[in-house]
Unconditional design. Structure first.
Length: 233
């Protein structure tokens, strides 16, 4: 059962639904375009399938999420009630990047990072045809290499070599690439430090920061007026 605060305060009533672990992250994934159970799982790789099912059931029952069946395929999407949470989740993200900037080792996850990167590719900036980008994290014992395949019919992320020619290779430790994605440091700073190294076609290496759009909160001003990465044009 969700927490019961025993208060008529609307904040308390809202939190009785929303403060269960993972609930707002499920809403976040639906906001970002995940529509099916497997896509939701890829955006929440450390959430068990059973708990995801339970949270979806709760959100559907509360009228925050709609569940549609088309044969054997089930689709989820936010209702009007759920869409009203979008500015709240956005504000939480901006607040978190400003005031809770620390990243522990347990916070670093290549599965989530590559899933986030894959759904933020600027496909209009990428040349026509198939473009493959390899990401390499040498310090990891598992999930060390990932392939981003960008084609006319969409973007896929693979943890097994799809066998296509590679245009760009990105080698970095997981923390560095995560910090670039979050906007904590810029591409140029990461390259200058040597913590991130690009290889492959020179023109593609130069264009890569334009292809890979950063997190939606990356340009959020930080306390103290520290300069933030400039969005690629």
């Amino acid at each position: 059962m969700p927490s019961q605060y025993g208060q008529f305060c609307p904040v308390a009533k809202a939190m009785e639904l929303l403060d269960e672990r993972w609930t707002l992250l499920v809403v976040r994934e639906l906001m970002l375009g995940s529509r099916h159970f497997n896509a939701l799982r890829r955006g929440l790789p450390r959430m068990s399938p059973a708990l995801l099912s339970k949270r979806l059931h709760t959100l559907v029952r509360a009228g925050v999420v709609e569940r549609w069946e088309d044969g054997n395929r089930v689709t989820y999407r936010l209702t009007e009630s759920g869409r009203e949470l979008e500015p709240i989740v956005d504000a939480l993200g901006r607040w978190g990047i400003r005031w809770v900037p620390e990243l522990g080792d347990a916070d670093l996850d290549p599965h989530l990072l590559l899933w986030d990167i894959h759904r933020n590719v600027d496909t209009e900036a990428v040349p026509d045809g198939r473009t493959v980008i390899v990401f390499s994290f040498p310090e990891l014992a598992t999930a060390r290499r990932w392939w981003l395949v960008i084609a006319a019919d969409g973007v896929d992320v693979c943890d097994v070599d799809p066998g296509f020619p590679v245009r760009v290779t990105v080698q970095a430790d997981l923390r560095t690439l995560t910090r670039v994605w979050r906007g904590d440091i810029g591409w140029a700073e990461a390259l200058r430090s040597g913590d991130l190294v690009l290889g492959g076609e020179p023109q593609a290496c130069r264009a890569l920061p334009r292809w890979l759009r950063l997190s939606s909160v990356a340009l959020t001003p930080r306390p103290g007026g520290s300069p933030q990465p400039v969005a690629a044009r």
